[in-house]
Design a protein around this ligand. Structure first.
Ligand SMILES: Cc1ncc(COP(=O)(O)O)c(C=O)c1O
Length: 393
């Protein structure tokens, strides 16, 4: 009864972990939730006020499918200001979240059996979205030993006549790995030579640490402009995950195809969220820096604590709000007569024994790791690390 396409994908495992942790909390269980992929901060006041004003002014109707001129201008200015990138209004589309932009993009460029290169560990939705449009994910496996980074050589190795696109996600979910301008330039050269689409998911752009300078691959590969699409949104930078507002920038013909898909599926993003996003992008950016600094403190703390635990090694990420420690030494060990063989069994053990919710690395295409989101208070992180340490002892 259910289509083969839908049968071939799975529900988002990160959203499932988050739901499980929240359900346990509601039942009164004291769970520390490291599963959530969203800032714990509230949306800044000025942004909320812009939405309230838009409701009061009756700005509550359908908008143009790809976004109003006002939000497109705000996005054009953002690209100019932050990334030195120039786009016209026809090269921008606003969607109901960056996830939605990505889905529209895959619908627009992928034919059956087209291959999309995805570096692993990857964000859980990339592979399933590609499968949903009958494309084929081609994984480049990376490990903590090579800083979870792909190289031009590793891209070249997986290229075939069917390769259609590559996804670059820097800073990355789940590893926090962030590529330098030079590294991106080298990877872009291979893409240009082989004429494959570059999909640059820049959603964590604002969350970089230790004075790391973010670069979008679109900036260092102007020669790839005709087949580069940048994906971004307001969810992570402005604590606006529930507002569902993302956007894409790229060549006019691709954006126009995405707009056609959107016109036949969801229409414009919410008018109220559009007004809120205009304020987010045009208003004061102090909130972004405040949250970034808080995340940096938490990253330093959690990485320090994890590396003090016998058997865990954790690379210090340059960006996003996740850590992705290696837990391989624990696999094959037993507790109460039960052997823990996989990272999923390991994370189940942590939830049962220590009441901490984390996501197993295999959900991100990397067995033997776990992902912890530090988008939670320092008190929660402290308590979670105490529990982890005790359980693993
Ligand atoms: C790498 C990555 N891209 C895109 C998204 C989707 O963001 P949005 O809330 O704008 O749909 C997420 C959210 O977790 C993400 O981690």
């Amino acid at each position: 009864m259910i289509s083969k396409r839908v049968q071939s994908i799975k529900p988002s495992p990160t959203l499932a972990t988050d739901a499980k942790a929240k359900a346990l909390k509601q039942q009164g269980v004291d769970v520390v939730n490291f599963g959530t992929g969203e800032p714990d901060f509230d949306t800044p006041k000025n942004i909320k006020q812009a939405a309230i004003d838009s409701i009061n002014a009756g700005f509550t109707k359908y908008c143009p499918v790809a976004g109003t001129p006002e939000i497109k201008n705000a996005i054009i200015n953002k690209f100019k200001r932050d990334n030195s990138l120039d786009y016209t209004a026809e090269e921008i589309i606003v969607s109901s979240g960056a996830k939605h932009s990505l889905y529209n993009l895959f619908q627009s460029i992928i034919d059956p059996d087209d291959e999309v290169i995805i570096p692993a560990p990857y964000w859980v939705s990339y592979t399933d979205m590609v499968i949903l449009v009958c494309g084929k994910p081609v994984i480049i496996q990376t490990t903590d030993k090579t800083n979870f980074k792909i190289t031009p050589e590793s891209v070249e190795k997986v290229l075939t006549s069917k390769t259609k696109a590559i996804i670059i996600n820097s800073p990355s979910n789940p590893t926090g790995v962030t590529y330098s301008a030079q590294e991106l330039k080298e990877i872009a050269k291979v893409c240009v030579k082989n004429k494959i689409f570059i999909i640059s998911d820049d959603i964590y752009e604002k969350l970089v640490y230790d004075n790391f300078k973010f670069t979008s691959i679109a900036q260092v590969a102007p020669e790839a402009r005709d087949f580069t699409v940048v994906i971004n949104g307001v969810s992570k930078a402005y604590a606006m995950t529930g507002w569902r507002l993302g956007y894409a920038a790229g060549p006019k013909n691709i954006i126009s195809a995405m707009s056609k898909v959107q016109s036949q599926s969801t229409s414009s993003a919410s008018s109220i969220s559009i007004k809120a996003a205009v304020e987010a992008l045009n208003g004061t950016q102090e909130c972004v820096e405040f949250m970034r600094k808080e995340f940096e403190k938490r990253r330093d703390y959690i990485v320090g604590r994890l590396n003090k635990i016998d058997g865990i090694t954790c690379r210090k990420p340059e960006g996003a709000f996740y850590v992705f420690p290696n837990i391989k030494t624990f696999l094959g060990k037993s507790f109460n007569g039960k052997t823990i063989n996989t990272d999923i069994e390991f994370t189940n053990f942590l939830l049962d024994r220590a009441k901490i919710a984390v996501v197993g690395g295999s959900a991100f295409g990397a067995e033997g790791y776990m992902r912890l989101s530090y988008a939670t208070s320092i008190e929660n992180i402290q308590s979670g690390m105490d529990r982890l340490e005790t359980a693993l002892k």
